[in-house]
Design a protein around this ligand. Sequence first.
Ligand code: BG6
Length: 513
Amino acid sequence: MSESLELEPGTPPEDDDRPLVAPRRSPPCTLVIFGGGGDLTRRLLVPAIYNLVGAGLLDEAFSIIAVDWSDLDSEGLRRELGDTMRQFVSQRRASASELHEADWHWLSERISFLRGSFDDEQTYRTLASRCGVGNCVFYLAVAARFFGSIVGRLEAAGLTGETETRFRRVVVEKPFGFDLPSARALNAQLRQALDESQIYRIDHYLGKETVQNILALRFSNGFFEPLWNRQNIDHVQITAAETVGVEKRGRFYETTGALRDMVPNHIMQLLAMVAMEAPISFEADAVRDEKSKVLAAVHKLAADDIVRGQYAAGSIAGRAMAGYREEPDVAPDSGTETFVAMKLSIDNWRWSGVPFYLRTGKRLTTRKTEIAIHFKQAPYALFRETPVDKLTPNIMVLQIQPSEGVTMQFSAKVPGPTVKLGGVRMKFDYADWFQEGPSTGYETLIYDCLIGDATLFQRADNIEAGWSVVQPALDSWHEGNGDLHPYAAGRPGPDAADALLARDGRHWLRLNA
Ligand code: BG6
């Protein structure tokens, strides 16, 4: 057997360059995108599908129908998308630095436009004749208020029925509901028209390689899992920090805020990946069962375990930034939070007594999404020159973006005649090792939906479990509790977020470290 230490970057384990499961071409399918003239389609979906073409994963009979109300035709849409794609690849956001014209040609000639209102039955009649009798995925890249009615009309037009020989699936983008009751109502509405197995609720965080890597890391290696529990872990910090503000989304963000926008979905997914028990298999339902279980074990959030903040004017990397209340479509006295930090505990055997601290916000010091597992200190000061409280904390950081990898921090002997300890870091960098081109994260999700693998999609109970965690905070704020702490743009958040950890004798990892 070959020794793993002989591995070279880019070499898969055991010198075997075959993927564990050979990717197969997706079955023939028409992808119908509601909101096909919009931003999501242009920025994320089409570049991801283009990357799938390059990887040879789409069937010859794949096609796209973009449904939208905009004043476009098929020719115009293809031209617009082509221009965007050329811009994207030149900024290296697809997997090459130049557009591969043959791939783009292959894809663009399969794209057509259907002009129509989402509320008009005629749109669905035309769609029914254009879709024919084959497989279809209906992708709802539209505002959440359209979800229920589009699905209802698809069903009324006979477009959602599956048979032995054809699938009909619906992909729903976030936001999925506004709170727990509305998420439940939306789930109920979707399930009137569709079977749960037909619904693919997207959380784009699950398309990120390094998020998927959390499970691989935990469950395909022998040495992490024995340590992954309350005996060895002191606490966990999950950070999703952004430098961007609300950009042009003021209207949406005013009624959403950082908590709804990031926590029940993206951050709960990260928490579930880190904290869940090993599933009995990697079948979609086995994984999703474990996620739901761990989220259901989150202890009810107390009002003083959550802090909210809002960015004021400041500067990031030397550039002056306006405050949130000066942004377009934001009220000058807005009470919407752009930052939230909280302490959660999980009531189960693995995690009892281990706090999970979460923080997310806009206009922070730096862009960084990571999960830091803080291990307990060594039990006593064997090394007299370095008392135990001065030992470098053992931290394993799972870096999700912008740099993707895993870093371990631990103590080592400083070279020299005396036994003195210093902190060192060991780093695995995804890009260096695997040399993969950048991807949008949507490639895996779209491909998985086409082949019918729902593992990376949220089931109804996963969505509701995420909302259940944050609902106590939403209720409490609704009753007027919870101060809104300002922080200057470019800071790591409000001081109150530091106080949340300081009262437990802990501190956040530095954002710009
Ligand atoms: C979206 C939120 O779901 O996720 C945005 O609506 C946020 O407000 C974005 O900026 C963050 O995604 P990413 O992939 O940049 O971390």
